[in-house]
Design a protein around this ligand. Structure first.
Ligand code: FES
Length: 158
């Protein structure tokens, strides 16, 4: 047994992370996590991979694209378990993103019962806030929800 210990199997990583084995392989194929082959040529992962996967999942749920997640994880040390400071640096990178999303979700929560400028003209507020779908001339989507075009139509979750 080498210095990494026996490590976790793909199945153990998937079970403890609450994801499918195929998702573990997907993350590894995309370079988001790294494992090794033991003397029996079986795939093994260090325990700290569980935290990486947890951060990947939370970041995905927060709508951060996989490419940005990988870029941030690539800055973490590959040869040792990341420290609290490492994670603090990582979360700082996403803070502005997360704050913007929190702001948009709050606006959505607060404005969803009124006119959102989507063109439906179906609420009592639409004649006031979007007469004749005037906002449609400005562009696609719910114009009063201030959503970036990138959020319309794509799903961040794998
Ligand atoms: S809610 Fe759709 S246009 Fe007002």
């Amino acid at each position: 047994m080498d210095e990494r210990g026996s490590g976790l199997t793909v199945g153990q990583v998937a079970a403890r992370s609450g994801i499918r084995v195929s998702t573990v392989h997907f993350y590894e194929a995309r370079g988001l996590i790294r494992g090794w082959r033991n003397n029996g040529n079986q795939r093994r992962f260090a325990r700290e991979v569980l935290r990486r996967i947890a951060v990947i999942r939370v970041a995905q749920l927060a709508g951060i694209p996989l490419a940005r997640i990988k870029k941030a994880l690539d800055e973490l040390p590959a040869d040792r378990a990341p420290t609290g400071d490492d994670w603090t640096r990582l979360s700082a990178q996403w803070r502005a993103d997360l704050d913007a999303r929190i702001q948009r979700l709050t606006k959505l929560r607060d404005d969803l019962d009124g006119c959102i400028g989507c063109g439906c003209l179906s609420t009592s507020q639409c004649p006031l806030r979007n007469p004749g779908d005037r906002l449609g001339k400005e562009g696609a989507g719910p114009r009063l929800l201030d959503l970036p075009v990138s959020d319309l139509g794509t799903s961040a979750l794998r």
